[in-house]
Design a binder for this molecule. Structure first.
Ligand SMILES: Cc1cc2nc3c(=O)[nH]c(=O)nc-3n(C[C@H](O)[C@H](O)[C@H](O)COP(=O)(O)OP(=O)(O)OC[C@H]3O[C@@H](n4cnc5c(N)ncnc54)[C@H](O)[C@@H]3O)c2cc1C
Length: 601
């Protein structure tokens, strides 16, 4: 769609709307009673501001980007005695795990819930404990972690395998065998993760062997879309919609997304959702000291302009201010498009064949997020510790296509999260206040014409478009939480331009690369690139999600350290010790990678 034609009529004005009659076109004529024409940057800053004079090299490795993948690689290399420099272009560290504050409120950006971190010592929990020195704490959500709302019907995803099956069997009488069979397939994906991980670490010449093994031994549903797999089990479209109602967690509708990513996410949350105590910024805050222990540092306001080459080898980075920093290894956490299209000089990228490889993958969808502040506590407002997924109908594909072609069509997915209800420490930091986040898909093209304008000064037409989307999202919120009418003190909408500006994803993409079946067949999405000295980490080489990107960080560290030193480090991590209390013995951690997804808490 042409960006210059973008105009967004009120919700459901398009003919494709299925339930537009229930929509109140003017639910709240002034949704933002405290409009903020000149928003001030957040004061919540994690990391140290970059100055060339603060560099204290030589460094053993440089990490570009402080997302959870980059921080994990840095923390693990530090635990192996390396001195690591992390360079982050944003004013705060953490990538999508950063949080920000404004007007007396604080919101997370890309951390609404994390799975596999409950009481049981899962691998996810052990890795979080190790890289945070045991300082990252987790608060459980409600046992109903996700509520899928199809029109006026609500279906609960309840923590624990048995409870999950019992609840859905109650709602779908006679479907218990289908639900059990579905979970078997979900578990089979978890069982495949060690092999997927191992392939990323083995030399490239092993790829045909892995390919043959996968072809002969893997169930064919590992190569299919989520919908294809579910449709083999049942023709009950409502049940399929409920089982795939978390599709926003990977940004691909069930008919387009790989069953692998669906299953990883479904399994990740099967034993419940958790929230970092103190908010999402606690992740970077607790990991950075581990990096500093060996003389490393995490600098913010530190945009890397280009990778430096000596012949075919990457030897360092040039910063935006012209400073050149050298290290034997450079690890990019900036995503594969940024790495091979912007950071690596074109000649080197072409020589290594990356322009052709990039044609096999697509950027993921982009999104809107309405950040809301209220002058009462979550308890006073009755806010739940459950995420709400609102859909106009079970036909996710048709609804999403209609909206992405015509933003006036009904919003196909509205996701609501209540961070202040989930964080037991929120009230200590912000007494008498609460926050809500409302997320929806979006097209970058709708906002493209303002991409060259400065943040906070994009003009009245941009603000008007944001206002229209804000009102529509608020209408969805009020439909399910009518007690919130008149309670909102402040709200602001982020667009794909915000994601581009703060997290440096060119198309404002929410999850890096698309997670379609073709992506999972790409053997070049691995830590070690074809360019000597250059490594990748983060969501693009494993999967989206904080845990997916964090395990990518682990795989990259392993790749850099090699089997012997990397294996020793992994034994320390998965023996249960923290970075402050490094243990010594454990069993085959690599072979168990991803296997925590199989275990009950
Ligand atoms: C709205 C939203 C909600 C989400 N909700 C959840 C959730 O509830 N649970 C969950 O598990 N996951 C969630 N995710 C996904 C999760 O946050 C991400 O998959 C994960 O954090 C990505 O981590 P990463 O390591 O790949 O790096 P990123 O977080 O993508 O960070 C990359 C970093 O690189 C930096 N960078 C880029 N270029 C340069 C440069 N040239 N110089 C210096 N720095 C540079 C960027 O500024 C950025 O900080 C959500 C994501 C979004 C957007």
């Amino acid at each position: 769609m042409s960006a210059s034609n973008t105009s967004v009529p009120s919700e459901g004005s398009s003919s494709s709307s299925s339930s537009s009659s229930s929509f109140n076109p003017n639910p709240n004529p002034n949704p933002n009673p405290n409009p903020n024409p000149n928003p001030k940057p957040s004061r919540l800053r994690i990391g140290r501001r970059y100055r060339a004079g603060r560099l204290a090299g030589p460094y053993d490795a440089i990490v570009i980007g402080s997302g959870i993948g980059g921080l994990t690689t840095a923390a693990l290399l530090s635990a192996a005695g390396k001195k690591v420099l992390v360079l982050e272009q944003h004013y705060t560290a953490g990538g999508f795990t950063h949080a920000y504050d404004r007007n007396g409120y604080e919101w997370d950006v890309g951390v609404h819930y994390i799975g596999d971190v409950g009481g049981h010592p899962t691998m996810t929990r052990k890795l979080f404990d190790f890289i945070s020195g045991g300082h990252l704490q987790w608060a459980p959500m409600d046992s109903t972690y996700d509520r899928i709302c199809l029109g006026d019907e609500q279906y609960d995803l309840v923590a624990g395998r048995e409870a999950f099956v019992d609840e859905l069997s109650r709602r779908f009488p006679g479907q218990r065998p289908v639900i059990e069979a579905y979970l078997e397939r979900v578990m089979a994906v978890a069982s495949a993760m060690p092999l997927i991980t191992l392939e990323k670490l083995c030399p490239r010449w092993c790829a045909p062997l892995f390919g043959l093994y996968k072809k002969l031994r893997w169930p064919d549903y590992l190569h299919k879309t989520t919908y294809e797999v579910l449709r083999e089990l049942t023709d009950n479209e409502t049940l399929i919609a409920v089982l795939t109602g978390q599709w926003g967690d990977n940004g691909m509708t069930p008919k387009t997304g790989s069953f692998i990513i669906h299953a990883l996410i479904a399994k990740h949350y099967l034993y419940g959702g958790y929230y970092p105590v103190g908010g999402a910024s606690k992740m970077a805050e607790t990991i950075i000291p581990q990096i500093q222990k060996t003389g490393g540092e995490v600098f913010t306001y530190a945009r890397v302009e280009t990778l430096l080459l000596d012949g075919a080898r990457v030897t360092g980075v040039r910063m935006e201010d012209g400073t050149e920093i050298f290290a034997p290894a450079v690890i990019s956490n900036a995503g594969v498009f940024n790495t091979f299209e912007k950071l690596l000089p074109e000649s080197a990228a072409s020589a290594a064949g990356y322009p052709r490889q990039l044609q096999t993958v697509q950027p993921s969808m982009s999104h809107l997020c309405l950040y809301i502040g209220l002058r009462k506590t979550a308890a006073e407002l009755g806010l739940p510790k459950t995420n709400y997924w609102l859909y106009p109908s079970p036909d996710y594909q048709a609804d999403t296509e209609a909206f992405l072609q015509d933003p006036g069509a009904e919003i196909p997915l509205v996701y609501i999260s209540f961070p202040s209800a989930k964080d037991p420490e929120f009230e200590n930091r912000y007494p008498g206040r609460a926050t809500i986040e409302v997320v929806a898909p979006a097209q970058y093209a709708w906002f493209e014409r303002w991409q060259e304008k400065t943040w906070g000064k994009r003009g009245a037409d941009y603000e008007a478009l944001k206002q229209q989307f804000s009102e529509r999202l608020l209408a969805h919120l009020y439909r399910h939480f009518s007690q919130l009418r008149g309670q909102i003190d402040y709200c602001e909408l982020s667009t794909p331009l915000s994601t581009r500006h703060f997290c440096a994803y060119t198309q404002g993409e929410i999850y890096g690369l698309n997670h379609d079946p073709a992506r999972f067949a790409q053997t070049w999405l691995r830590p070690k690139t074809r360019v000597p000295g250059l490594y990748l980490t983060g969501q693009d080489i494993m999967s989206c999600g904080v845990a997916g990107a964090m395990f990518a960080g682990l795989v990259t560290a392993q790749s850099l350290l090699g089997w012997r030193r990397g294996g020793a480090l992994m034994r320390r991590i998965f023996s249960g010790s923290t970075a402050e209390n490094n243990g010594a013995q454990s069993t085959s951690p690599l072979s168990k990678l991803g296997a925590d997804r199989l275990r009950a808490p």
